[in-house]
Each structure stands twice: as C-alpha cells, then as structure tokens.
Design a binder for this molecule. Structure first.
Ligand code: ZN
Length: 254
C-alpha cells in the first residue's frame, strides 16, 4: 500500500462522487446528466468551475449558493467524501490490479443507487443495466468468457433467492415487503460477490438497517424506508473485507 496512491484514489473518488451526485439526482427524474450544466436549484445560477471542486467548494462557500445564499444540501459533500473514502479503501484492500477496476465500478453503482433510492425510492433500471453490462465486460476482459457465464449464473441464483424472499415477505407482512429494484440489484451482487456472499450481504444489510429503521418508524410511522442503501452498505462491507466462504467456515474451526 502506497500513501501517495491512496491520496490520489481519495481525490479521484471525490471527483467521481461529485458526478455520481448529479447522476443519482437526475436519472430518476429522467433528466439529462450533461444538460443543463450544474446549477443552483433555487436561483438557477450556473456553477463556475471553481464552484465545482468536490467538498472544498462547499467549505469555501460555507454551504451556501454564491448567488442567492440558499443553503446547499450537506448531502452533496457527504457523498463526495464517502466516494473518496470508499475508492481509497478499495485500493487499500485490492491493491493496483484488475480486481480494483471491478471493485470501483461496483462501488460507483452502489453510490448512485443509494443517492437515488434515498431521495426518490427508486433504483433506476437503466443504471442497473448500464453497470451490469460494464461489470460483465470487465469480467470478460480480465478473466475470460467462462467467468462471465459463472457470474451470470451467480447473479441469477441471487436474483431468484431475493425474489423468493420478497414473495415470502409480502405473504407474511401482507404488503409490499421490498421494491423490484432491490431484487434486480441482487443480480449484480451475485455477479460480483458470488451467490453465497450476495445472500450474506442481504443479512448484513438488514442487521445495519434494522435498528435505524426502528428509530425512523417510531418517529414517522408512515415513512417507508428504502432498503437499497442498507443492501449497498452490506455489499460494500463484504467486498472490502473480502470475506469469503472459507473465512466464514474457518471461524468454526477455532
Ligand atoms: Zn442560488
């Protein structure tokens, strides 16, 4: 692990994170991600290049639009910092090799769907399809076509498991237990993490989500909590810790 590369990865992550904010906010509204250029949603003031520096612009402007003084959501710099941190951690975990490319693509998808699911309760199909294809291409180029088939098989199994879980949940709770986006997302989890780890990520995500959901539900009983961000958190933890089945089995040997 190299400190300079770690810092570069962090800065690169904040720049990508800034772009993912735009994608996560605009795609669910079916807006273009390039036009109109970044602007203040309150006064339409078009952001200059020095107002687009991740995190720093927010700090220099004290969290306000330079034109109309409207407060800028803290959400933007938080997700820039989060993407930067995850890019750096991915480098620390995988090193500079081809697996890092797949890990960064996967993290990018998870950041975007977290932003969009949190704000609009939507995991857009076109985002899933786009990243699904990119990841399969990367796997194909790095590992060859047979690994692509194995990935698709892992994805299908994970999808079927999640679909069954949803049907079971709908039956038990007598209402929609999770969204279609969550089920489709599991296809990509399976592709990247393998079937057993994808399933494990549902449980890790639920463990993180359960206490938070209970607090939120108590505050506002008809508030529906999106599951996508928790699934994403579970998947990222398993990705970065590189926990695999042999690790889990070895726990039992002690
Ligand atoms: Zn403004």
């Amino acid at each position: 692990m190299n400190i300079t590369i770690s810092i570069i990865m962090f800065i690169l992550g904040t720049i990508f994170g800034s772009f993912y904010n735009v994608i996560g906010y605009r795609i669910p509204k079916e807006e273009s991600i390039v036009f109109p250029p970044s602007h203040c949603p309150n006064c339409n003031h078009r952001l200059k290049s020095y107002e687009l520096i991740p995190v720093l612009s927010y700090l220099f402007q004290k969290g306000k639009c330079r034109s109309c003084q409207q407060k800028i959501s803290l959400f933007y710099p938080i997700f820039e910092l989060l993407t930067g941190t995850l890019f750096m951690l991915a480098y620390m975990s995988f090193g500079l090799n081809s697996n890092l490319i797949i890990a960064l693509t996967f993290i990018s998808l998870l950041i975007i769907i977290t932003i969009s699911d949190y704000n609009y309760m939507i995991i857009p199909d076109n985002v899933l399809i786009f990243f699904g294809i990119i990841i399969l291409l990367e796997i194909g180029i790095i590992y060859g076509p047979s690994k692509v088939l194995i990935s698709i098989l892992n994805g299908t199994l994970s999808f079927i498991f999640m679909f069954t879980l949803k049907k079971l949940g709908d039956f038990i709770f007598k209402k929609e237990s999770m969204g279609g986006g969550d089920i489709k997302l599991l296809f990509i989890f399976g592709m990247v993490l393998s079937f057993p780890i994808a399933i494990l990520s549902i449980f890790v995500g639920s463990l993180i989500g359960l206490p938070l959901s209970l607090i939120l539900v108590r505050k506002n009983s008809d508030h529906i909590i999106p599951f996508g961000p928790f699934l994403a958190a579970g998947a990222i933890i398993l990705l970065l810790t590189k926990i695999d089945l042999t690790t889990i089995i070895s726990f039992y040997n002690f």
